[in-house]
Design a protein around this ligand. Structure first.
Ligand code: NAD
Length: 243
């Protein structure tokens, strides 16, 4: 029987994209949940939760999913680092795919960024630039945050190295800093560029999303995959076999 999906945040931009993608990909919508709806009752009628709502909603989603033993897919971004740490402990009790970006091509960008950071080394200044629509609430984007995490991991740096925009007279760039710049405007679905710049050459890795259906399709793929997994927190690299 087709997997029944609970869509949390159903009236949002991603919720609407999911309402189209879930049936188009042969799954069933078990329940649609908006603020104030009975999440527990919706969950009882569903096999897997897909959550693209608000960071404030994640704890309740995970607590109910743990109570009912249901797998979850978390796409919501914007959690603070300590809040995310606490939520991951909860998420590990059930099968959970948690990803800042569900696009297949962006997940390849993550792998390419790791390789480039390792091969190019610290002589190549790393900067990340992202642009999203004017309605986006968090910055930098979850995808940019993951790209930065990968660069910091490869260069053995901490978040102290991050420079969120520059102004005034910050002085010459140091080799250990990693810049992040968030642009907002119009209806841009999501652009990300990772720049590695040395004296005499520069490599730019760019992904541009033009339709949020890419995230919805990836999340549905994650839901199908997570339904058969053991408890634990996975990401799209696991779903796509990129590890
Ligand atoms: P949106 O503002 O259009 O929609 C969010 C929806 O969630 C709204 O309809 C809101 O009413 C609802 N909501 C808020 N609190 C809720 C609660 N407690 N219970 C149920 N519903 C609740 O935003 P969006 O563009 O659809 O994005 C939603 C989230 O997904 C954001 O965090 C965004 O950054 C993230 N996102 C992630 C990816 C990815 O691939 N991981 C892609 C796109 C967006």
């Amino acid at each position: 029987m087709a997997l029944r999906i609970l869509i949390n945040g159903a009236r949002g931009r991603m919720g609407q994209a999911l309402s189209t993608s879930v049936p188009a990909l042969g799954l069933r919508i078990g329940a649609v949940v908006n603020p104030g709806d009975d999440l527990a009752a919706g969950l009882a009628r569903s096999d897997v939760v897909i959550d693209f709502s608000s960071p404030h909603a994640t704890k309740a989603v995970l607590e109910l999913a743990v109570a009912q033993g249901k797998p979850v897919v978390i796409g919501t971004t914007g959690h603070s680092a300590p809040a995310k740490q606490e939520l991951l402990t909860l998420a590990a009790k059930i099968p959970c795919v948690w990803a800042g970006n569900f696009s297949v091509a962006v997940n390849l960008l993550f792998a390419l960024t790791r390789r480039a950071a390792a091969v190019l080394g610290s002589d190549y200044d790393a900067e990340v630039v992202e642009m999203h629509h004017r309605f986006k609430k968090d910055a930098p984007s979850g995808t940019a945050a993951r790209l930065l995490e990968i660069i910091l991991e490869e260069r053995q740096l901490t978040t102290e190295a991050l420079r969120h925009g520059r102004q005034g007279i910050p002085g010459a760039r140091t080799p250990t800093e990693v810049g992040i710049h968030s642009l907002r405007g119009g209806d841009v679905v999501g652009d990300h560029t990772v720049i590695f710049a040395a004296l005499g050459e520069r490599l730019e890795l760019t992904h541009k999303a033009s339709d949020r259906a890419i995230y919805a399709r990836g999340a549905v793929r994650a839901a199908q995959w997570v339904a058969t997994q053991k408890p634990g927190v996975y990401d799209m690299q696991d779903v796509l076999g990129l590890k």
